[in-house]
Design a protein around this ligand. Sequence first.
Ligand code: 13P
Ligand code: SF4
Length: 396
Amino acid sequence: MTTAQPLDVQPTPLALLLLGREADPRSERGVECPGDLPAPSDPDLVERARAAKAKLGDKVFVLGHHYQRDEVIEFADVTGDSFKLARDAAARPDAEYIVFCGVHFMAESADILTGDDQQVVLPDLAAGCSMADMATAEQVAECWDVLTEAGIAEQVVPVSYMNSSADIKAFTGEHGGTICTSSNAERALDWAFAQGDPATSKVLFLPDQHLGRNTAVRDMGMSLEDCVVYNPHKPNGGLTTEQLQNARMILWRGHCSVHGRFSLESVEDVRARIPGVNVLVHPECKHEVVEAADYVGSTEYIIKALEAAPAGSKWAIGTELNLVRRLANRFADQDKEIVFLDKTVCFCSTMNRIDLPHLVWTLESLAAGKTVNRIEVDPGTAAFAKLALERMLALP
Ligand code: 13P
Ligand code: SF4
């Protein structure tokens, strides 16, 4: 019999909350919805959403991330990946209300990129992101102290994934770095390495270790040895000074709980089940999964790849299930077989928080002149976060 070894990690500073049932303003994921929501069984929900949206007219602009439910996507004025939606939000200065059907960090980014007179609303405040919660401002400040202590902070440029809080984006802007998304991570890293002496410059990549590693190794020809993982729950990130000095990519120990489910076995299994299948995965998947796949890309890339796919082709997709299901239905009559890469259900639970009752409640409240669930980033944080976001939008 084996005895359990004590875990060599500190618990996350953010307590797990029952979604939408308690409040923790420090977390991306848990605050109560203050409203009187319509019942999900109300047969008039679709009609009510239509009527409220029509009443609001051009005053409202509804954005829908690709991982949203079908019932919500139906009311989106535009759909997109997080990069496209950030640009779309910034391009609508005339809309009084931006209703963001996505998760909290996306609504924060929209608030940062839109005018002070515009109000950004997230239909359910409990729609956070567990990956974004994996890097807190305190932890990142401590990490910077570790890098300073190791004598390398001057060589390090932070690159933060869009999936991070406004605080982390502000840290990034203040320290000369940029934001990236899964559709421009390689360009963001090229930019970051070009900021200093290419022979010695390093990147601190936050908070998704997989996107950072996959981009560096798969797209930019670095080796796995060029990458180290900084664990915020261990003293000095669990790294020696020598390891930090030798690394080119310092990857934050964060991950997406949805994409983390896909495994090498699921790739092998689908290849055995469906001969000739093309495996297409999101770069938030683990490195071994990405290495075993045929194609890798953001949600927007996945959609374009399937649009361009020839009739008769077969595809196994490794990303969130709402999107995969929608694509399977959309292309069913074009003789494109599209299956989900994993055998078990894999929705993003926080993306799924936004449903028709929350959307109806939001739109009806706005139509009645009452703003609910407004997402407002404080001006000090927003200024530096905007700097980092604008560096991303200006990437070649
Ligand atoms: P994008 O492909 O839109 O960047 O989305 C990935 C994701 O996980 C959003 O939360
Ligand atoms: Fe966060 Fe992953 Fe959900 Fe995207 S899919 S919102 S990264 S938990």
